[in-house]
Design a protein around this ligand. Structure first.
Ligand code: PEP
Length: 262
């Protein structure tokens, strides 16, 4: 029922970064927090490329229970230290309603991942956390289901919600998921909430991250969130989609060259 599109502010007073219609926010960082050194290096890479918010998972929802699950609270502590060192506010995923309080103590923004979009207890707990929420689209969710998931957060009094299109499951195996770029204008026609795009988790391949970021900016997204890693070959999670060197420089250039088209 909002007439104007909203801006969500992320970070501590005096250091807040906007996500909304007046800017294209660049969020970058490691898929997973693996160590203090790796997270600091990834954050420095992200910052030099122009990112203004740091991403990084301390709790990793993995398809296999035998894969690296994240460092948990130790990872949150690393993220808080790296925020001190770089000045970048932090967005990090919470996967369990019981962890919302501790994640909110450390993070500037809570991320709800694709696998938890319809975890209503978690959405309600995030709605009571007092922190902005980045709500990823479920990989098999319709746009309406996604917007209704956002209502579970809003209903608890938290309107600081940013939507994130991160690809949906289709019959096409060339990419991990299919980035539904049309979701951006469809959401913007229906909802006042900011919407950003995650080309890294959609494609699963670093070669596609820059072109899909360009597409996101061109279609009017309010930002992009991408994975970077100082040594993708050694990454414990999603190395093939992590940017470094040339691709990161290309993305930095694309972010600077494309003014928001809206
Ligand atoms: C992530 O951003 O770390 C992540 C796991 O993304 P998604 O929930 O979109 O798969």
């Amino acid at each position: 029922h909002h007439k104007d599109r909203s801006t969500v502010w992320v970070g501590r007073p005096g250091h807040q970064v906007p996500i909304g219609p007046d800017t294209v926010t660049f969020i970058a960082g490691p898929c997973a927090v693996e160590s203090a050194q790796q997270t600091l290096e990834a954050a420095q890479m992200a910052k030099s490329a122009g990112a203004t918010i740091l991403r990084g998972g301390a709790y990793k929802p993995r398809t296999s229970p035998y894969a690296f699950q994240g460092l948990g609270v130790a990872g949150l502590e690393i993220l808080a230290d790296v925020r001190e060192a770089t000045g970048l506010p932090v967005v990090t995923e919470v996967v369990d309603a019981r962890d919302v309080t501790v994640v909110a103590e450390y993070a500037d923004m809570l991320q709800i991942g694709t696998r938890n979009m319809a975890n209503f207890g978690l959405l309600q707990a995030a709605g009571e956390s007092g922190k902005p929420v980045l709500l990823k689209r479920g990989m098999t969710a319709t746009i309406e289901e996604w917007l209704m998931a956002a209502e579970y957060i809003a209903q608890r009094g938290n309107l600081d919600i940013v939507l994130c299109e991160r690809g949906i499951r289709t019959f096409e195996p060339a990419t991990r998921n299919t980035l539904d770029i049309s979701a951006v204008p469809v959401v913007q026609a229906t909802s006042h909430l900011p919407i950003i795009v995650d080309p890294s988790h959609a494609a699963g391949l670093k070669e596609l991250v820059v072109p899909l970021s360009r597409a996101a900016i061109a279609v009017g997204a309010d930002g992009v969130i991408v994975d970077v890693h100082p040594n993708p070959e050694a990454a414990l999670c999603d190395g093939p989609q992590a940017l470094e060197g040339p691709e990161l420089r290309e993305l930095a250039q694309a972010m600077r060259l494309f003014p928001k088209l809206l």
